[in-house]
Design a protein around this ligand. Structure first.
Ligand code: FUC
Length: 760
């Protein structure tokens, strides 16, 4: 089998050509430059600002007036007032910061171009490698960011002794001290209180290392191993000592470090395999050339597994237990003023980052997000109380390291108190995929308090419906009957979909745990009183309570389709009319240029997969490659934003296997072009792992593995009859039709294999 690699014939020019490595806490971009290599460094807790409370004391007293104006249809006036009083102070949130750069210069005179050059990122080993042959010298450089040893490792091996100079720099205030064999960078963030350090150690088996001013000089070395780590005052006041401790605790031997790193990465990465017949045809070409060919109209099936696995790779590299979740740029940022602050945007982006965590078998990588969500409750409760007079917790469309939960930026899109409710979907899904009750025990209180906020926040409109107010359909605007553009409204459709999702999960969780009967009754009473889904004049699913004209019919957000994805209240089988209306909405958006950003396109892929339209999903996946992918395969919003990578990987999984709405659906959206292939290790809700093979567009076999007794309703598109063999203690062969329930049971902790082979 060919290798899962990104590879290039030239060093990275700009940052978007460099290759990302990461261990969840630290990230680096490897440029592969010669003769001076650059590694741009990040540490996830280095942010501008410091702890702050952005709640606004005057918000609550002006809420009734804003509500009244909205209910009277005075949208523009309401928004003006909301901008004046209901927003957090300050209005903008803080920003994720770069830490600095490591420079590795090969001294001496070198000709401009090496005779041979190759740089690559191997997704299976998570090692970035550069091989240069120049004037008869062979130089190999490797870099990885180890999670088990919590440091960056860089190794140079050369066929001839080299002289090297190492330097550390930072865009912040900093100083560097060299001691024997080490460089210590101490810094203080430009606009904020956080201090940080990076500690670099160089060891050469055959050469000499000594400090000179703020650099390390290495002489006559055929091999050098660098170990670098960083820490900030956000986690510990003794961040410098922390760096030294990390180096002290880690092995020093390069091969040992590499082996430990590869075992750790491989354990997560190797769980899923995807292969399409025909994929190998272009793998002899550099990745940027392949991308360019696709951008010029070719189809390259091999980009599917590559993009898919890269999405998994990037999550492993940016989100590990005990770290912060992947932000708008994962963990990779070289700018002190990054786009949208490189923070966590909660009206699609942060959630999309985790859509593939469960389905592609990386539940451990989901954990950082789940813990982060739980960590918002404290500040979110303050915002709920002070801004809305509600119990429970809420967060708006962004948050930052300091856990700001107030509305920011502008009322027309920022006054969206649905963040907590959406985030809680992740807590539930983490349970749903594993079936592990302890997950619910840990996170149910977070879900319950998000539900409490909604219960308090809802008000009655003139018809007796319970409405969210203020509300907005992220980040679209509508035209009022007077022809003005407005963002704030009463009960955007998305709110209904999110509430239904949250309450549905809370009710199930409370019942499973035997808790909060009264609250369950309250939620059950509210659900039928929410504004129902409505179908508008184009046959579309209405985005707003009224059939307003969209200010931007091709808007990138498609929030009203939440029930189709990532929710599950709209399905082609269960709610065909709503599914048809959702499809109409999607088509309208696309007709008007929707899907223009990377994440928007990735969402479109997921929508088509949920509508079981494999060819359309593939067409938009190709568009994602064509229009929104940078040379290093980072998603190009533009500029770089990582959500499209993750949402794209999720979409590919969703095309092959779905398990929402009580069914396991095999190959629900297989495009004609993916004629023959195999996918192994995808996860379905209920603690299930699936392997699927198909040939000429038809399912050949499916294997279901699980460690618990259970049952699924199985659906698959093309073959009517399925024969299942349950292997446990006693194999039971039986037949079932396309959408029948399959049961298996036995001792808890057993392992079951259910094989489906289509007959006829
Ligand atoms: C939302 C989106 C933008 C961008 C930003 C980070 O505001 O509408 O497209 O993704 O978040």
């Amino acid at each position: 089998m060919h290798k899962l690699q990104l590879w290039y014939r030239a060093p990275a020019g700009r940052w978007e050509e460099a290759l990302p490595i990461g261990n969840g806490r630290m990230g680096a971009m490897v440029f592969g430059r010669f003769p001076e290599e650059r590694l741009q460094l990040n540490e996830e807790t280095l942010w501008s600002g410091g702890p702050y409370d952005p709640t606004h004391a005057e918000a609550l007293e002006h809420l009734p007036e804003v509500r009244r104006l909205l209910l009277e249809g005075k949208y523009v006036q309401a928004e003006e007032l909301a901008n004046r009083y209901l927003m957090g102070r300050p209005l903008r949130m803080e920003m994720y910061q770069p830490l600095g750069d490591l420079w590795v210069r090969l001294e001496g005179e070198w000709p401009n171009t090496p005779t041979e050059y190759r740089r690559e990122l191997d997704l299976e080993t998570a090692v970035a490698r550069q091989e240069v042959r120049i004037e008869g010298v062979q130089i190999v450089q490797e870099a990885f960011l180890s999670a088990p040893d919590d440091l960056l490792v860089y190794r140079i091996e050369s066929s001839r002794p080299l002289d090297l100079t190492l330097a550390l720099t930072s865009p912040h205030r900093f100083s560097v001290e060299a001691t024997e064999g080490r460089l210590l960078l101490s810094g203080e963030v430009l606009r904020g209180i956080t201090r940080f350090a990076a500690l670099l150690e160089a060891v050469s088996e055959d050469g000499t290392v000594h400090g000179e001013g703020d650099r390390l000089r290495i002489r006559d070395a055929r091999s050098v191993t660098l170990r670098l780590t960083a820490a900030t005052s956000y986690r510990t006041p003794t961040y410098r000592e922390r760096c030294a401790e990390i180096l002290r605790a880690a092995p020093t031997d390069y091969q040992t470090l590499k082996r430990r790193h590869q075992e750790d990465h491989g354990r997560l990465f190797r769980r899923v395999r995807l292969s399409l017949e025909g994929e190998e045809q272009t793998s002899h070409l550099p990745s940027d050339e392949r991308l360019r060919a696709v951008q010029e109209g070719e189809e390259d099936l091999g980009l599917v597994p590559l993009y898919f696995q890269y999405g998994r790779y990037l999550l492993i590299a940016s989100s590990r237990p005990g770290t912060l979740p992947a932000n708008l740029q994962g963990i990779w940022n070289d700018r002190t003023d990054p786009p949208w602050g490189s923070k966590w945007t909660l009206n699609i982006n942060a959630e999309m980052n985790y859509w593939h965590a469960e389905t592609t078998a990386l539940p451990e990588c989901h954990q950082a997000f789940l813990e982060f969500i739980a960590s918002l409750v404290e500040s979110g409760s303050r915002t709920a109380e002070r801004h809305y007079g509600c119990r429970g917790w809420t967060v708006h469309h962004n948050t930052d390291l300091w856990r700001a939960t107030t509305p920011c930026d502008g009322a027309g899109w920022g006054l969206w108190p649905m963040g907590a409710a959406w985030l809680c979907q992740h807590l539930w899904e983490h349970y749903a995929f594993s079936g592990d009750r302890s997950v619910l025990e840990r996170y149910y209180p977070v879900m319950r308090e998000a539900a409490r906020f909604i219960l308090d926040f809802l008000i009655e409109d003139e018809t007796g419906c319970l409405v969210t107010c203020p509300s907005t359909s992220p980040e679209n605007r509508f035209l009022t009957p007077e022809g003005e553009r407005a963002g704030l409204c009463v009960s955007a459709t998305m709110d209904r979909a999110i509430i239904e999702d949250l309450f549905g999960h809370c009710i199930q969780a409370a019942e499973l745990l035997g808790r909060d009967q009264e609250l369950v009754a309250e939620m059950q009473a509210v659900l039928p009183r929410l504004v129902p889904y409505r179908i508008g004049r184009f046959g579309q699913l209405q985005e707003w309570r009224e059939d307003f004209e969209e200010a931007e019919p091709g808007h990138r957000h498609m929030s009203h389709l939440f029930g189709l994805h990532p929710g599950s209240s709209i399905t082609p089988e269960g709610t065909p009319e709503l599914a048809a209306a959702a499809r109409r909405s999607l088509e309208r958006r696309l007709e008007h240029g929707g899907g223009g950003t990377g994440w928007s396109r990735a969402w479109v892929v997921n929508f088509w997969a949920r509508l079981h339209e494999g060819n359309a999903a593939w067409e938009h996946l190709l568009e994602l490659f064509r229009r929104s992918t940078l040379p290093n395969f980072f998603d190009n919003h533009p500029p770089f934003q990582i959500d499209g990578n993750f949402g794209g990987a999720a979409g590919i999984a969703e095309m092959l296997l779905q398990s929402h709405a009580g069914e396991v659906h095999l190959l629900p959206a297989l495009p004609d072009a993916w004629r023959t292939g195999v996918v192994e290790g995808l996860r379905a809700r209920g603690g299930i792992t699936m392997n699927l093979r198909w040939k000429e567009g038809r399912l050949l076999s499916a294997e279901l593995q699980t460690a618990r007794s259970g049952s699924v309703r199985l659906r698959h598109p093309r073959t009517v009859r399925v024969e299942a063999v349950l292997s446990g203690e006693e194999p039971v062969p039986f037949q079932c039709a396309g959408a029948e329930r399959v049961h298996w049971e036995g001792a808890e902790g057993g392992s079951y294999l259910v094989r489906f082979c289509p007959v006829g």
